[in-house]
Design a protein around this ligand. Structure first.
Ligand SMILES: Cc1ncc(C[n+]2csc(CCOP(=O)(O)OP(=O)(O)O)c2C)c(N)n1
Length: 194
């Protein structure tokens, strides 16, 4: 499966949900399908997209949070999985696109290319729902099941090591940050004061 096809298949489900991606190819591909103010592309901080998603999920239980991650990023901070599992937010779905490589910086192979199993690591960390999928249909099904289950879920989507030809966009980091912050605050600010 190609990640761009996987993202296209779940794109409509991202409309009213908070989305945090790791940087690089996945961010560029999601933006190429269509940026939305509820999408935040975490730059530079490999391994911390799930931590940012966790913070939002815990502080905003009224929102559903989707984290779109990469295998290289998760491997750089495996403790992110144990922390996710420890707090177990019911409103977070973690999708790890596993292309077995650091595609965005040249395609060096990661440990998943030699057998490390991120879904098994997530399960052993205590994540209650895990799945590994390798087709677009299976991903869409697993994603819908995870949303319906309302239980912390990690879905490892095995994808081809191919990505966009360019990663440059006209969306500035600060613009993305302020837009996303405004999106998150909108509902809070419109709540009646207690
Ligand atoms: C802490 C840190 N180290 C290194 C980098 C450089 N870097 C940017 S993207 C990337 C690869 C990301 O790999 P993965 O998460 O597997 O996603 P892919 O590029 O394969 O889609 C690297 C090493 C970084 N941004 N942050």
């Amino acid at each position: 499966m190609k990640r761009i096809d996987a993202l296209s298949a779940i794109y409509d489900r991202l409309e009213h949900r908070v989305v945090v991606t790791i940087m690089g190819a996945v961010a560029a591909e999601l933006q190429s399908i269509g940026h939305r103010p509820n999408f935040f592309y975490l730059q530079h901080a490999m391994g911390l997209a799930s931590s940012m998603g966790l913070g939002i999920a815990l502080t905003r239980p009224d929102k559903e949070v989707i984290v779109l991650d990469g295998d290289g990023s998760v491997l750089m901070n495996l403790g992110g999985l144990t922390t996710l599992a420890r707090y177990r937010p019911k409103n977070l779905v973690h999708v790890i696109f596993d292309n077995e490589s650091l595609l965005s910086v040249g395609g060096f192979p990661t440990a998943t290319s030699t057998g490390s199993d991120l879904a098994a690591i997530a399960k052993a960390s205590g994540v209650p729902r895990t799945a590994t999928v390798s087709t677009v249909d299976a991903l869409t099904r697993a994603f819908d099941e995870a949303l319906a289950a309302r239980e912390l879920s990690t879905i490892v989507a095995k994808v081809d090591a191919v990505g966009p030809s360019a990663f440059v966009t006209d969306l500035g980091l600060l613009e993305n940050r302020f837009q996303f912050q405004r999106y998150l605050c909108r509902d809070v600010n419109s709540r009646p004061a207690r």
